[in-house]
Ligand binder design. Structure first.
Ligand SMILES: Nc1nc2c(ncn2[C@@H]2O[C@H](COP(=O)(O)OP(=O)(O)OP(=O)(O)O)[C@@H](O)[C@H]2O)c(=O)[nH]1
Ligand SMILES: [Mg+2]
Length: 403
């Protein structure tokens, strides 16, 4: 898989001196929206037993019912429930192609970008004040104490050694250090064509963007010409099944479901069986959001994994944990627990657009070293980018110091 991102070219648009926190960075732009999740039907309709009331995510599921999988016209019509714009591409297209919002445009509104941008404008001189301001900006953006201290101390040492001629040189060094933290985890998800299907199990706490991310991935894989199937493993709420079905319909993807209160492991098992029978390339299983501190719910994830493994010893091939970028340091604790229960193999950090602080990405990278596969930078189907360390960092740092 190729990185979607086009590296942002520092000189692409000359930065202007920032004047305040928010504006600092050169090409500021914001992004954001807030929208909704999507839905998607299927070219095979799934059977979602009645039960309709969207209930708040709550405790445990239960027994299952036979998964129904009816084939139906592969139409991709449905207006995705509460979704935002559609868009046809999600692919390896130049994500930042002219006219399309790229990383920079999307992340400029984020807390970390605003903090770093303003700081260089306010502290154009190469001195301790600048370092203090950088430290504050990183801490405020949730980079975390350990990572921040390491970064700032390293910069301080280099500054004392007269390595930097001016603040611009220090900015370049900061960029290099930030990229160095992320580079090791910027490893894209590669779908092994030998796995039929390649099973992706998505996990995460409530509301982080799991289902939306599945919808975005469905679009991406479809565009890549892969056949896929979705498993409605969030059986806590009827609305969750409907949400996934809407996404499936939208993308013409089959969704296997049993409805609310079904046993999530059973849904996953049925879906894997169906996907194998059809020679499907990729199966993505949704799961209900759960608090990482609730042991019973975490154990259910282990069960889903085990059950999948019974059909295919190597499944799931990817346990994709979705993390809300606005979560802050709590994300570390979430990952620790989910990793313990389900051996997380990849991350998607969502909501990096808007007001997300985003700095937690650095903390996660430093502490766990688990690959960050994708970044969610909006609610539309195309707002999922293959994670690119340099593009991400460049979107956060002002291109000029504005001094
Ligand atoms: N701004 C922004 N919003 C997002 C992004 N990803 C998801 N969302 C929004 O976050 C909200 C929750 O998304 P869902 O996909 O339903 O989250 P979930 O993890 O499946 O939620 P549960 O199933 O209830 O645990 C929706 O309003 C989405 O549109 C993103 O990258 N940026
Ligand atoms: Mg969901």
């Amino acid at each position: 898989m190729v990185s979607l991102f086009r590296r942002w070219k520092p000189d692409a648009d000359k930065a202007k001196p920032a004047k305040d926190d928010a504006s600092a960075s050169s090409a500021a732009a914001e992004a954001i929206e807030a929208a909704r999740a999507m839905g998607a039907g299927a070219d095979e309709a799934v059977q979602a037993p009645p039960k309709s009331q969207p209930l708040p995510p709550s405790p445990m599921p239960e027994p299952a019912a036979p998964a129904a999988l009816e084939s139906d016209p592969a139409s991709a019509s449905m207006p995705a429930p509460g979704t935002a714009g559609d868009a046809s591409r999600t692919r390896e297209k130049p994500a930042a192609a002219p006219g399309r919002p790229g990383w920079r445009e999307r992340l400029m509104g984020s807390g970390i970008a605003r903090g770093l941008g303003g700081l260089f404008a306010r502290n154009p001189r190469l001195d301790d004040d600048l370092l203090d301001a950088i430290e504050t900006a990183l801490l405020t953006a949730d980079v975390g104490v350990t990572a921040t201290t390491g970064l700032v101390e390293s910069l301080r040492r280099r500054m004392k050694a007269r390595e930097f001629a001016d603040a611009a040189a220090l900015r370049t060094a900061l960029r290099g250090e930030l990229v160095a933290i992320l580079e090791p985890v910027a490893r894209p998800l590669v779908i092994d064509p030998a796995a039929k299907p390649f099973v992706i199990l998505t996990v995460g706490v409530n509301g982080v963007g799991k289902t939306t991310t599945i919808g975005k991935l469905a679009r991406r894989f479809k565009d890549e010409g892969k056949s896929l199937m979705l498993a409605a493993g969030d059986t806590f709420r009827a609305a969750a099944v409907a949400q996934l079905q809407a996404w499936g319909e939208r993308n013409g993807v089959a969704v296997v479901a049993q409805g609310q209160d079904a046993d999530a492991a059973s849904v996953a098992f049925d879906a894997l069986q169906a996907a194998r029978a059809r020679g499907t390339d990729v199966l993505i299983a949704d799961t209900a959001g759960r608090l990482h501190t609730q042991q019973g719910l975490m154990a259910e994830l282990s069960k889903i994994k085990r059950v999948l493994g019974k059909l295919d010893g190597s499944a799931p091939h990817e346990v994709l944990m979705v993390i809300d970028g606005t979560t802050g340091q709590n994300a570390l604790s979430q990952l620790r627990h989910f990793h313990q229960a389900a051996d997380v193999t990849g991350l998607v950090v969502t909501k990096l657009d808007g007001t997300a602080k985003g700095g937690v990405v650095f903390a996660l990278a430093r502490e766990f070293g688990i690959p960050i596969r994708f970044a969610g930078i909006g609610e539309r189907p195309e707002d999922l980018r293959v994670f690119d360390a340099e593009a991400f960092v460049d979107a956060l740092l002002p291109e000029a110091l504005g001094a």
